[in-house]
Design a protein. Structure first.
Length: 157
């Protein structure tokens, strides 16, 4: 275990930040039926990544996000995978977190979410990428949402 920590510390870590706006392209929801408002959903969304850090990490990359939600009245866990592709580079992350829905003054639901992620596959310039980060976001409509993310990575030799 100590040897792995030392190797990780010797690797050059790169801090990265970004944001995405994604639009649902497919979605299916099912009423579980056990308690009021319990639904599960499977959704696919697409959009673009915008890098905001010193390192231009996959700026302009096409993003496909696959999510599974298990919600009771808009609250509960979600998990999924994100795929970023640009100029032959591919990065896939696995993520998990929670959706929390509050009500606005006029009674409209305001869902937001946050969680953690880590990279599970990478090719091209980012081959053997390791690391992870966190994300947070909110829905801007019934069919769109914004995500802000940050993390760090290193290339395993």
């Amino acid at each position: 275990m100590e040897e792995q920590k030392m190797q990780t510390n010797d690797l050059q870590k790169t801090k990265i930040f970004g944001k995405m706006t994604l639009n649902f392209t497919q979605q299916e929801a099912f009423d579980v039926g056990d308690v009021e408002g319990h639904i599960i959903s499977l959704r696919k969304a697409e959009g673009k990544n915008i890098s905001e850090g010193k390192s231009e990490f996959m700026d302009g990359a096409h993003v496909v996000n696959f999510s599974f939600d298990d919600l009771v009245i808009g609250n509960g866990p979600h998990q999924g995978y994100s795929k970023l592709e640009k100029n032959g580079d591919l990065i896939i992350s696995k993520w998990e977190g929670r959706i929390v829905t509050t009500l606005s003054a006029d009674g409209k639901p305001i869902p937001s979410f946050s969680g953690s992620m880590y990279w599970i596959k990478s090719t091209g310039h980012f081959a053997n990428m390791q690391g992870g980060g966190s994300y947070k976001g909110h829905f801007i409509s019934e069919f769109s949402y914004n995500v802000e993310w940050e993390g760090e990575y290193w290339i395993k030799k």
